[in-house]
Design a binder for this molecule. Structure first.
Ligand SMILES: [Zn+2]
Ligand SMILES: [Zn+2]
Length: 351
């Protein structure tokens, strides 16, 4: 690969087969294999994996991490902005604006500052703290939507059309089902819904995460667990939020002739909706779009940028042509998933 350089010796981290490793501090960031000490940017399955001895994350990540890694895992937390010394390396967590608790991890040693951003977005979001610009020498950026075609519409317009769609379906006595990733996207969809239109029900995988959001005092409209509701129920005015993996299951039968929609950044691309057999697509992403990526990177004033997930090469190419030293970093992060692979969907297959 032309642009793929390994992190240089002057960096605060190296790329190992277990993940990003900070040798000076003897810890890993978002490792994909079990390690003694793991710092976690956020609780999505590809960043927070099983099997490490100790985890450290932001305070607001803890409730979801506990649900996903199990209460027996040793998880400590740090409030945003507070500094901790780990073997002489200064470590702090700063909001990444991606999902509840999502953080950019700032590490500093001898005046060199590196920020590992995990996943991030610049749009405001009622369900998590807004992205904070953290100045650094080296920035590790995601690139899930790192192509110029990705340019998000105004989110209030998206919520307005979502509510209009729901209202129209309700007028025709058809329940509305929106498929959205169970952690983060589902709650963001919820935060934009108008509960006066009708009752809101959630799939178990979503409802479980809603509880973690409410624990962190995030204001969501009232929801009910769809599994608990009996089959004779009148769903005609209902909005149902389900993870994408529920789409192919019998779980949906009880809603009868429902209208379907999908909320994702991928809905930008024509054909995605048809391929998924979905009536409506709402463009709503928890990741930065192309202008957002460039904007965030510029604001960090980083000289060196390492790019992970998704469309790495176009972003690296653009950066190298615009005065940055940029390189791809081959990680095992997976970007915006169609499905929640964390094992939370076990209820999906239940009738
Ligand atoms: Zn994520
Ligand atoms: Zn990711």
């Amino acid at each position: 690969m032309i642009d793929a350089l390994p992190p240089s010796a002057s960096e605060l981290f190296t790329l190992t087969d277990r993940g990003l490793y900070c040798e000076a501090g003897d810890f890993y960031i978002d490792p994909w294999r079990g390690v003694p000490k793991a710092l976690i940017t956020h609780a999505h399955g590809d960043h927070a994996r099983w099997g490490s001895e100790q985890y450290l994350a932001s305070e607001q990540s803890k409730p979801v991490l506990e649900r996903r890694l199990g209460a027996n895992s040793e998880i400590s937390s740090l409030p945003y902005g507070e500094t901790l010394q780990i073997n002489g390396v200064k470590v702090s967590f700063h909001p990444a604006g991606h999902v509840l608790g999502s953080s950019q991890i700032r590490i500093e040693k001898q005046g060199q500052v590196c920020v590992v951003s995990g996943d991030y977005k610049l749009d405001s979001d009622r369900t998590c703290e807004n992205f904070e610009v953290v100045r650094c020498h080296t920035f590790v950026s995601e690139s899930t939507f790192g192509l110029p075609i990705y340019h998000w519409p105004d989110q209030q317009d998206v919520f307005d059309s979502m509510n209009r769609w729901w209202q129209e379906n309700a007028a025709e006595e058809r329940p509305s089902v929106i498929f959205a990733y169970g952690f983060g996207k589902a709650q963001r969809v919820l935060s934009g819904l108008n509960p006066e239109i009708g009752p809101i029900y959630c799939h178990g995988a979503v409802e479980k995460i809603n509880a973690a959001y409410r624990e962190c005092e995030i204001d969501l409209p009232p929801t009910e667990y769809a599994g608990r509701a009996d089959d004779k129920k009148d769903w005609s005015r209902a909005m149902i939020i389900a993870p994408p993996s529920a789409q192919t299951t019998t779980w949906l039968r009880k809603f009868g002739n429902y209208a379907s929609a999908f909320a994702s950044g991928w809905m930008t691309v024509r054909g995605q909706r048809r391929r998924r057999n979905i009536e409506r697509g709402f463009v709503l992403s928890d990741h930065a779009d192309w202008p957002g990526l460039l904007d965030a990177i510029e604001q960090t004033r980083a000289e060196r940028v390492y790019v992970t997930h998704g469309y790495k090469r176009p972003l690296v190419h653009w950066l190298n042509n615009h005065g940055y030293q940029a390189a791809e970093l081959d990680t095992m992060y997976e970007g915006e998933q169609d499905d929640d692979r964390s094992g939370d969907d076990e209820e999906t297959t239940a009738p």
